[in-house]
Each structure stands twice: as structure tokens, then as C-alpha cells.
Write a protein that binds this ligand. Structure first.
Ligand SMILES: *Cc1c(COP(=O)(O)O)cnc(C)c1O
Length: 463
């Protein structure tokens, strides 16, 4: 399988190169040259597979000959051994509502499903093709810990995560700083998340420094992350359909950067019988407005009880746009130009009709989020985290929609307590964090200080 850029400026590359490239060298996003189409008998057979075997089937056609089947089986099995549930991503019931639990990984949020595989893929490809990778990223909380958990202890990889000192929750900080592997470097910055992100951008823009130290990112646009997330749509369908190929389902997806729901869109394009994909947003509702009005226009970013979804410009949206305009990079470029120039872009009436065929959308405010946690708890005893609650609310009136649970409620116990007066008991991965040994370096929010820290750390390791 070859990969091309949504902006048309990348010579087609194979799977391994697409994974290592991350963002396209032309600034676009990589997509497969064609989407494999499932036979009906595949679908029926896949419905009976356990998660790991299903993952190999879903992922294989996108890898092509780049990784042998035996090696892929090994990568998948090691990646999901770190999950605490035997089914990896089980479908459970809360009353009548079906919930697809994606939070049984090492950091108790759905990003583990993709980042556990991505870490192993990086290590495998670096060992095979030679090279080293030094990941540098800024986090406001959750992505940092999932990225660290994905690459801890891996050879040929170091990871430097900048986080705002005193501004992430104690649990989030501890999820990062109690990882003591020699390749993990936590940098607490005396400043804000934006300061950290500004420093990371400056380091990546210094092409000399970037090349000298082999800097890379683990952002949400890596194709392998989308691929890993497609698996659980197939898995959930298998659980509720019993393999009946006529059985159509809808999914409600708490959405920020559009990565998770785009994986659902790809699964649908492959032939999974999906009726609707429901985009659930908080008051950062650019995507909801797009589905309802056909205009994509950014607003201000608001802080909410569902911080992982406090996003306006969804980084994966460009992938969907590419398919919406008939896989024409020139049209994608023109629309992005319009967005850059005026802060908004519009699609045609036909295209807007196509959007509404694939998606529904709904937003929820913080009070509505708390209401939903309360209502579900009162009716069923099941505790939703605030992100998942937004998805459940968006699925109202669609009783058969499967709701994706993207975080364990114990990660957001303040909101849970506010809603229902009790806390969710923590899963094993979140227990005892406050008593463990922790390690981080405290630095000023200063590019030179961070640069020196990275340089000295890497020099000390290689000497
Ligand atoms: C990242 C995240 C989301 C949003 O997922 P996208 O792929 O960015 O749309 C939703 N909920 C939680 C808990 C997350 O960590």
C-alpha cells in the first residue's frame, strides 16, 4: 500500500515511511492511495475474532509488504498485553445503552490504543532500518502520559515532554513523572502550556538542531494512530451484531482533533455497516456547526470539564475534507487557503448533503455534561467521565448507537464528584501514584534552557 498527501506534494511512500514521516513533508496529511474494500464473508468471519487477531486482519492490507505477517502478529500482541481487560476494548451495557470502553490501557484513556502500537512500530522500524528518534512534545495533561507510556524503555528512542509546572492535575503529573525509564525525560516549565508549545515549535523550526538530534513528534496526525483506532469499530460491531452482515450500527464519538471519528469513517468506507457517526463536542463546537451549516469557521477556545476536547482547529479534519472533495488535492489546497485567509471555509450544497449522510453532530455545555453523568448514574449506576458523557448525550434519541468511552472516570473525579457526590474507584494503573518515586527537571520557560537540557541529556547518554 502506498500513501499520498492530502495536499498532493509527497511522492507516494510505503507504510513504514508514512509512519516515520508523521506529518507529510508538504504540510498535508498522509492517506492510503486506495481504501481496501471488505468482502461480506470477511466481515462475518471477523465478527468472531478476538481483538488482537482482528487487529492483524484490519491492519494488514494497509501495511502491504512492509512488515511480515509474523512480525505484525508479534507487534500487535505486545502492544495490547499492557491492557488490563482480557477483551482489550470491551462493549458493556449501562441500562439499555451500549458503551465501548477504550480506557483499559496503561494511562486509562483511549489514546493508549493507538500509542501502545505506535511506540512498538517506531522501535521495530528504527531497529530494522537503522536510526534513532528523539521525540519532543508539549502537553497540557493527557497526551504526554500516553506518549510516554507508548515509548518507555524502547531502544533507539528518547522522549522529552514539556508540561506547565503546577498547572496539570497531580494525577496527570504523576502519570508522567513516575515513569523512571532512562529514555523518559519530563521537563516542568515555569509557564503555561502555550509557552511549552511555543518552545517546541521553535525547536522544530530550527532545522539544524532538528536534524542534528533527530527530533520527531507524536502528534495525532500519524497515520498509524488512525489505523489502530479503526480496529475497535469492527470489534464493537462484531459484539453487537453477532456477525449478521445486515446489522447496521451507529457510533457516538467524543471528538476533539477528529482522529477517533475519522477512524470510524474509514471503517465505514471499508464496508463496515455503519449507519451514522455522531460527532459529539463540548462548547468548542466548530465541527458541530460544520455538520449543521456546512461552514467550517473557528471560534475562541473555551476551557471546559472535558479538556481533551478543548480544540477548535481539528488536526485530522483535513483527511475527511480530502475524501469529501473527491480526493482532489488542488481543491483541498484552495479550501485551506480560504480558511487561512478568512478564518472560514464553506463546502458546496452537494458536499454538505454528503456530510449529513455520514455524520450527525451535537454539542453539550458543562452543565449538560454534569447532568448526563448524574442521569446515567441514577438510572444505571454506571459512572461516565465528562468526555464520554458528551457522547452519551449526543446519542439521545438513538437508543442503538454505541457510545465510545474515551477516558476512565477516575481520571476526572472532580467533575464526577460534582455531578454525583461520589468518586469512581481508580483502575490499577492509577493506584498508588502519589506514593511512587517521581523524576522531572524544572526549567524556565526559555527556549535556550530547554535546548541546553535536551543537548546535554543526549550527550550524556551517548558518551
Ligand atoms: C483525545 C481525546 C478525545 C478526542 O479524540 P480526537 O481523536 O482528538 O477527536 C476525547 N476524549 C478523550 C478522553 C481524549 O483523551
Amino acid at each position: 500500500m502506498k500513501y499520498v498527501s492530502t495536499r498532493g506534494g509527497v511522492t507516494p511512500v510505503g507504510f513504514a515511511d508514512a509512519v516515520m514521516m508523521g506529518l507529510g513533508t508538504d504540510g498535508g496529511l498522509l492517506v492510503p492511495e486506495r481504501i481496501p474494500r471488505l468482502e461480506r464473508e470477511d466481515l462475518v468471519r471477523w465478527a468472531r475474532l478476538r481483538f488482537q487477531d482482528l487487529a492483524v486482519e484490519v491492519i494488514s492490507p494497509f501495511v502491504g509488504g512492509d512488515i511480515s505477517r509474523g512480525d505484525l502478529v508479534d507487534l500487535v500482541s505486545r502492544s495490547y498485553a499492557s491492557f488490563s481487560h482480557a477483551e482489550v476494548t470491551p462493549v458493556v451495557s449501562a441500562g439499555e445503552r451500549r458503551i465501548l470502553e477504550l480506557f483499559h490501557g496503561p494511562t486509562a484513556a483511549f489514546k493508549d490504543v493507538a500509542l501502545q502500537l505506535l511506540g512498538n512500530l517506531f522501535e521495530y522500524l528504527l531497529a530494522r532500518d537503522g536510526g534513532r528518534l528523539n521525540i519532543v512534545g508539549a502537553t497540557s495533561g493527557d497526551t504526554g502520559s500516553a506518549a510516554i507510556a507508548g515509548v518507555r524503555g524502547k531502544s533507539r528512542i528518547h522522549i522529552f515532554i514539556l508540561y506547565p509546572h503546577g498547572r496539570v492535575s497531580p494525577i496527570q503529573e504523576r502519570q508522567m513523572t513516575t515513569v523512571l525509564d532512562a529514555n523518559v525525560h519530563n521537563l516542568a516549565i515555569r509557564g503555561t502550556f502555550d509557552d511549552g508549545q511555543g518552545i517546541v515549535k521553535a525547536l522544530f523550526n530550527d532545522l539544524g538542531f532538528k536534524a542534528e538530534h533527530g527530533l520527531g513528534a507524536v502528534n495525532s496526525i500519524n497515520w498509524a494512530r488512525i489505523l489502530a483506532q479503526m480496529v475497535y469499530y469492527f470489534y464493537a460491531w462484531g459484539r453487537v451484531s453477532g456477525g449478521d452482515a445486515e446489522h447496521r450500527v451507529s457510533f457516538s464519538v467524543p471528538t476533539g482533533n477528529f482522529g477517533d471519528i475519522f477512524a470510524g469513517y474509514m471503517a465505514k468506507r471499508m464496508g463496515l455497516p455503519i449507519d451514522r457517526l455522531i460527532i459529539a463536542t463540548n462548547t468548542n463546537d466548530i465541527l458541530t456547526r460544520f455538520v449543521q451549516q456546512g461552514v467550517y469557521a473557528a471560534g475562541e477556545v473555551h476551557a471546559t470539564l472535558s479538556p481533551a476536547m478543548d480544540i477548535q482547529m481539528a488536526s485530522n479534519f483535513e483527511r475527511y475534507l480530502y475524501y469529501l472533495v473527491g480526493e482532489d488535492p488542488a481543491v483541498v489546497r484552495a479550501l485551506l487557503e480560504e480558511l487561512r485567509g478568512s478564518g472560514r471555509m464553506g463546502v458546496t450544497i452537494e458536499q454538505h448533503g454528503a456530510v449529513r449522510e455520514d455524520f450527525d453532530a451535537a454539542e453539550a455545555s458543562d452543565p449538560e455534561t454534569l447532568d448526563q453523568i448524574r442521569e446515567t448514574y441514577a438510572a444505571t449506576g454506571y459512572i461516565l467521565d465528562p468526555h464520554t458523557a458528551i457522547g452519551v448525550r449526543a446519542a439521545r434519541g438513538r437508543q442503538h448507537a454505541i457510545c465510545l468511552a474515551t477516558a476512565h472516570p477516575a481520571k476526572f473525579n472532580e467533575a464526577v464528584r460534582q455531578a454525583v457526590g461520589v468518586e469512581a474507584p481508580p483502575p490499577p494503573s492509577l493506584r498508588g501514584l502519589m506514593d511512587k518515586e517521581a523524576r522531572s527537571v524544572l526549567l524556565d520557560a526559555d527556549e535556550q534552557a530547554v535546548r541546553a537540557c535536551i543537548r546535554d541529556t543526549l550527550a550524556a547518554i551517548s558518551s
